[in-house]
Design a protein around this ligand. Structure first.
Ligand SMILES: NC(=O)c1ccc[n+]([C@@H]2O[C@H](COP(=O)([O-])OP(=O)(O)OC[C@H]3O[C@@H](n4cnc5c(N)ncnc54)[C@H](O)[C@@H]3O)[C@@H](O)[C@H]2O)c1
Length: 346
């Protein structure tokens, strides 16, 4: 299959690109190379004849249509987005622009191209989204595909907006779509503004490891390679017009997660004192959702998907990767916002 992947130089997009190429697909990787992009993320497949990179902005609908005409993909996997909640608090405009307007422009380009090709039944527009669109859970319960949308941050609101557009383009124009909403991802190549790489970066530098509030916010963590496998499965076998929740059955408070990471670092890179002594509680993020947890019954029963990483193996492999790829981490340190507290002003 030829897949046009948007955001393929980012964290999850690059995992999808690497897996798709390893699985025999060809990929047109469309990315505008924002601060969050890193071309080294696809270095392992960059020389493959099955990988083509196109530097382009999804907000440019004319260019998106040109790329579709030029490359004639069988499917689009749409991951390009502004993705950091803290940045969305300081500057929501870019999130509305890329996540809502950009998705609209891409949908329109896809629709015009699909109609011009005679509306092929096998074509797919796969929209990749987040569980954050469902808002916050209390101590019990899980998000299912039909949970009401109740986004609380500019990021999740902009992703919710994009989800609604994709659904509407299916209902109104018949565009063949599938959608997925996934929990928090971790793993190699995650940009060092998100919790896990920040913890590793700070710990290795011997600096305070910041935890928002009391560290009691709960997230359901999924390894990015498990997510990429689920995404390709939904693309190939998911039912038309349907959405699938994807999660790791791996709920942890932020404090538990950070303590686990410190424990792994203590074993793999022992320092004079335990890394957990660096943990520092800082002012909470405004509108910080208390708990996310995914019910992944649909994808597990209908498509037989299960995550293959356990929290223990996944976190250990991730820490090991960051230790072995210190140059990658180092090269991103000078980028805007890395190592700074963002989003506390809301
Ligand atoms: N990271 C998570 O835990 C998580 C969980 C669930 C869903 N998601 C969703 O998965 C997708 C990918 O997330 P990620 O963590 O890999 O994000 P990321 O920030 O690491 O990567 C985003 C990529 O999109 C590109 N991009 C941004 N704006 C663009 C534009 N206007 N045109 C073209 N390219 C553009 C960036 O250059 C970057 O390469 C997002 O849609 C996000 O909402 C992320």
């Amino acid at each position: 299959m030829k897949i046009l992947v948007t955001g393929g130089m980012g964290f999850i997009g690059s995992a999808v690109v690497r897996l798709a190429i390893r699985s025999g697909h060809s990929v047109v990787n469309v990315d505008s190379l924002t601060y969050a992009a890193c071309i080294e993320n696809v270095a392992s497949v960059a020389e493959s004849p099955n990988h083509i990179f196109e530097k382009a902005d999804i907000c440019d609908g004319v260019q998106m249509l040109e790329l579709l005409k030029q490359h004639k993909p069988d499917a689009i996997m749409h991951l390009a987005a502004e993705s950091h909640v803290d940045r969305s608090i300081d500057g929501p405009g870019a999130f509305v622009e890329t996540n809502i307007v950009g998705t609209y422009r891409l949908l329109e380009a896809a629709r015009h191209w699909w109609v011009s090709q005679g509306r092929p039944e096998g074509f797919r527009f796969h929209h990749i989204s987040t569980d954050e669109v469902f808002g916050s859970l209390g101590t019990t319960g899980f998000f299912v595909e039909d949970s009401p949308y109740q986004p609380n941050s500019p990021y999740s609101a902009s992703k919710a907006g994009s989800d609604h557009l994709v659904r509407a383009w299916h209902e109104t124009y018949g565009l063949p779509i599938v959608m997925t909403n996934c929990s928090n991802n971790y793993g190699p190549f995650q940009f060092p503004e998100k919790l896990i790489p920040v913890v590793i970066l700070k710990a290795l530098a011997g600096e305070a490891i910041p935890i928002y509030g009391k560290g009691d916010n709960i997230r359901d963590w999924l390894h990015v390679e498990d997510h990429a496998e689920a995404l390709l499965l939904v693309l190939e076998k998911g039912e038309l017009g349907r959405s699938y929740n994807i999660g790791g059955e791996n709920e942890m408070t932020n404090l538990e997660l950070v303590e686990k990471l410190c424990g792994v670092l203590d074993r793999l890179r022992p320092a004079a004192a335990p890394y957990s002594e660096l943990i520092t509680f800082v002012k909470d993020r405004p509108g910080h959702d208390k708990r996310y947890a995914i019910d992944a019954t649909r994808i597990s029963e209908e498509l037989s998907w299960r995550p293959s990483h356990t929290p223990e193996t996944g976190l250990e492999q991730t820490v090991q990767w960051y230790l072995e790829n210190a140059d990658w981490l180092e090269s991103l340190k000078s980028r805007t916002g890395v190592g700074q507290r963002l989003g506390s002003s809301g």
